[in-house]
Design a protein around this ligand. Structure first.
Ligand SMILES: [Zn+2]
Length: 80
């Protein structure tokens, strides 16, 4: 089989046909496109934005609270 040389005896380093490469070696096949980065950033920003006060933080909103600590501490202010 062409290029099948897992021991590196023929080419000096282990070489594989792409579909037979061990996990990890052939992982980064799909490059991140600007569109995919936009989706990732939008998702990250959503996770950092409080659904109650709409403030975007530098850290993600605790999923256990469902809102920022400020809103979690003052639910009365929201009701007002
Ligand atoms: Zn909040």
């Amino acid at each position: 089989m062409r290029f099948y040389d897992p021991d590196g005896t023929e080419y000096g380093i282990p070489t594989y046909p792409k579909r037979l490469a061990p996990d990890g070696l052939a992982a980064p096949v799909r490059p991140m496109t600007p569109g995919r980065w936009r989706a990732v950033h939008a998702m990250m920003r959503a996770r950092r934005t409080c659904p109650d006060c709409q403030v975007t933080f530098n850290h993600v909103i605790p999923t256990s609270l469902g809102c920022c600590p400020g809103c979690a501490d003052s639910p009365v202010a929201l009701a007002a």
